[in-house]
Design a protein around this ligand. Structure first.
Ligand code: ATP
Length: 372
């Protein structure tokens, strides 16, 4: 079972009512957050939302204006960075350019005055772990971006911290390398069992890497949950838009004997909502529908009575290879975005969807996410 789902389980990091002000500006506003041992936890948000400030307070580079942070049950107030069981992985450009890979990795251990033999063993083990043992004698400029990143990781992990803090760890890498390195990072984290706290503005990266994500905006946490739950059940318009894309409708909830429907502004037909909708009659809400939850077809769907159905006309098609994105005009000046797999055709005569086709969009009532 996941530790965060076990009632009474003890978190490894406890952030309690933490506020950080710079003069009159509040960068972090009353954050409460528990992170468990072995998690790969991401702080996700746009530029300036306070995620780096929060990470720096965990590291001990900054102090909270209010509130406190506990790590492994110990109050960290007044504990300097070097006495905390955490380490920060810096971007690879913080490597010492004149030192070899192995000396870069050994640097922190030498400063601690550990015996030479132990240093050598630990450095070698760590270079094996990041698969750079054959690069030990090279200098950083003789490595690729991804390799440099792994040296930075090895340098941070060789000190055997209980928590590793990573600020945009893959930010300097190009897209392909970033995707590859994500999986390496997850693999290493899994093997060592170290708790990782990652700061990122990249929602795909957070989705791929994390056990759980905290979605941040303007110094506050809007939602803390697993990637799946944040995607499927965003709790706010911000979270729904920041992670993936969604068709949004504004309007009022109507309740009657049969369940809940939604009357969207500017839309003639009602949208049926899932059975579990617990919103009072007349409440103004936003309804979000993910593009891939919507079926698109040229004929009326068969199970029409249990679906929401809107007719429309294809305005635009974005061909993405495995799937296509359709922009469908549903009237009233509204466009809905739908994504659908590009499936194999069974007959030469089968026609794929095309511009200006009249289509039906359909989705399950439970695929409409209600945001209050
Ligand atoms: P980015 O992704 O751009 O790094 P972030 O979410 O990490 O953004 P922070 O670095 O935590 O953002 O900064 C949050 C806010 O606090 C910003 O508006 C920033 O200008 C402000 N801030 C950060 N450090 C200081 C400081 N030392 N003095 C004054 N303001 C600061």
């Amino acid at each position: 079972p996941n530790p965060w789902e076990v009632p009474g389980a003890k978190p490894f990091i406890q952030i309690e009512g933490v506020v950080k002000r710079f003069g009159a500006f509040t960068a972090v506003n009353k954050i409460d957050l528990d992170i468990y041992q072995g998690e790969l936890f991401s702080l996700l948000g746009g530029s300036g939302c306070g995620k780096t400030t929060l990470l720096r307070m965990l590291a001990g580079f900054d102090n909270p204006t209010e509130g406190r942070i506990l790590i492994d049950g110990q109050d960290m107030t007044g504990v300097p960075a070097y006495d905390r069981p955490v380490n920060m992985m810096f971007q690879s450009y913080a490597l010492f350019p004149h030192m070899t890979v192995e000396n870069n990795v050994a640097y922190g251990l030498k400063r601690e005055g550990l015996p030479k033999r132990e240093i050598r063993e630990r450095v070698n083990a760590m270079l094996k772990m990041v698969e750079l043992d054959s690069f030990a004698k090279r200098k950083p400029h003789q490595l690729s971006g991804g390799q440099r990143q792994r040296v930075a990781l090895a340098r941070a992990l060789v000190k055997q911290p209980k928590v590793l803090l990573l600020d945009e760890p893959l930010g300097a890498l190009d897209k392909r390398l970033r995707e590859h390195t994500q999986f390496e990072l997850m693999d290493i984290q899994d093997r060592l069992g170290v708790t990782f706290v990652v700061v990122t503005h990249d929602q795909e990266e957070a989705m791929t890497l994390s056990t759980r994500i905290a979605v941040m905006n303007q110094g506050e946490i809007l939602q803390i949950d697993t990637p799946t739950n944040i995607y499927e059940y965003p709790n706010s318009r911000f979270a729904a838009e920041f992670i993936g894309s969604a068709n949004m409708f504004e309007g009022q909830v109507q309740r009657n004997g049969k369940g809940s429907t939604f009357h969207a502004d500017g839309l003639s037909s009602e949208i049926r909502l899932g059975d579990k909708t617990e919103v009072d009659h007349g409440t103004a809400v936003t309804v979000a529908i993910r593009p891939e939850k919507i079926f698109i077809s040229r004929t009326q769907p068969e199970n029409a009575e249990s679906m929401n159905i809107l007719p429309g006309r294809i305005n635009d098609i974005g061909y993405m290879g495995k799937y296509s994105i359709y922009r469908v005009d549903i009237g009233g000046g509204r466009i809905m975005e739908v994504s659908a797999q590009n499936r194999q055709r069974h007959h030469e005569s089968e026609r794929t969807l095309d511009w200006d086709d009249t289509v039906y969009l359909s989705w399950l009532p439970s695929s409409s996410v209600v945001l209050t």
